[in-house]
Design a protein around this ligand. Structure first.
Ligand SMILES: C[S@@+](CC[C@H](N)C(=O)[O-])C[C@H]1O[C@@H](n2cnc3c(N)ncnc32)[C@H](O)[C@@H]1O
Length: 341
């Protein structure tokens, strides 16, 4: 199904079958600044996880804090505008989505509404039965890894055999950066043959993730960045928004195909308590608005304007040819601003 949205200075087409999206501004040469309604919602359906990763930015624990199915439906209702329709896609996270007792029903309800459901998982709950239940109803599944050893080929195979697009979310931190360069050099292609894409996620010093894990400028980061333009990895590669300033500035990646940080401009985050924030890493309460108190429309059109203005009004001070297309440094983490050092 093709989803279309057109307004002044904003055009969007998304294909729910393939997940391919196109966005352009007043002309195809221009980028829109802001969507009239979020295209993507990142939703934490719990903060419950029994894996206890020592880097977890959400500090997730096996505390049985699940978003109820009724609350999830009310979140989807709130994400549906009379004028613009629903969000195009959701990214379900947590906590561990596959430990949510009503996960299958959550996927089913999302699919019934014509919304593309993607999710990220530590992989432990991936079984043939699960894959059979969700096949044809999800966009992509991401298996998280902080090292190549975390990738479980048998889990990848289960998903791929069921026809599910499978990505790896690889955390780029001070420990994993050397191995990340080796991934780009093709050294682990034997493990990645069935994987659609390896998405590199910039480490955030939040929750159980400490500053020691942050990437810093230096030889290891340089080596990784230098491999991006000539990647020999057999899977596609991708990056989270936090890495975009480096991509724009230090690689030959075509900036027309790179989206700067989209949080609160094209995407939105909702936690298991139904707090709405620009992104899952947002700190403090300034940009947090609960759906029991505010409507999504108010949050999107009014309350996020403070965050947006702050970001647009504080361009980075570097002399950089990409300053007009880059949203600059992260609003929340000074230590992620290594493009500027
Ligand atoms: C918090 S996890 C929740 C979903 C699920 N339990 C999982 O392991 O994918 C969501 C994503 O955040 C990533 N992540 C966790 N801690 C992080 C950190 N400190 N910095 C950056 N990404 C992190 C995980 O690798 C995963 O891709």
């Amino acid at each position: 199904m093709l989803i279309r949205r057109h307004s002044s200075g904003y055009n969007f087409i998304g294909d729910t079958e393939t997940g391919v999206t196109l966005r352009w501004g007043a002309t195809s040469e221009q980028d829109p600044v802001l969507a009239p309604w979020p295209e993507l919602a990142d939703i934490s359906i719990s903060n419950h996880c029994s894996k206890n990763c020592d880097f977890c930015y959400r500090d997730s624990k096996p505390d049985n804090s699940f978003m109820s199915l009724a609350d999830y439906e009310s979140v989807l209702d709130s994400l549906t505008s009379p004028q613009w329709g629903s969000v195009f896609q959701v990214a379900l996270g947590g906590g561990e989505p596959l430990e949510h007792p009503e996960f299958i029903e959550i996927i089913q309800r999302t699919w019934e509404r014509g919304i593309v459901a993607n999710f990220t998982t530590n992989g432990r709950g991936v079984t043939k039965e699960l894959a059979a239940e969700i096949a044809g109803k999800v966009g992509a599944v991401a298996l998280s890894a902080s090292s190549i050893d975390d990738i479980q080929p048998e889990r990848v195979k289960i998903l791929v055999d069921a026809g599910i697009k499978t990505n790896i979310h690889y955390i780029l931190d001070s420990n994993s950066i050397e191995q990340a360069a080796e991934i780009l050099e093709g050294r682990y292609n034997y493990m990645l043959a069935d994987v659609n894409a390896v998405i590199f996620l910039t480490f955030k010093p939040r929750g159980r993730g400490t500053e020691a894990g942050c990437l810093t400028p230096g030889a290891a980061l340089d080596r990784f960045v230098s491999r991006i333009d000539s990647t020999a990895c057999c899977a596609h590669i991708g990056f989270d928004a936090c890495f975009v300033p480096i991509l724009m500035r230090q690689t030959k990646v075509n900036v027309d195909y790179v989206d700067s940080c989209e949080c609160a401009f094209f995407s939105i985050y909702i936690d298991e308590q139904r707090n709405v924030k620009p992104c899952s890493f947002a700190t403090g309460n300034r940009d947090s608005f609960n759906l029991q108190q505010y409507s999504m429309e108010e949050i999107w059109t009014q309350h996020f304007s403070v965050y947006r203005k702050g970001l647009l009004d504080s361009p980075c001070s570097e002399d950089c040819q990409h300053s007009s297309s880059c949203h600059g440094k992260c609003a929340y983490f000074e230590s992620l601003a290594f493009c500027y050092q």
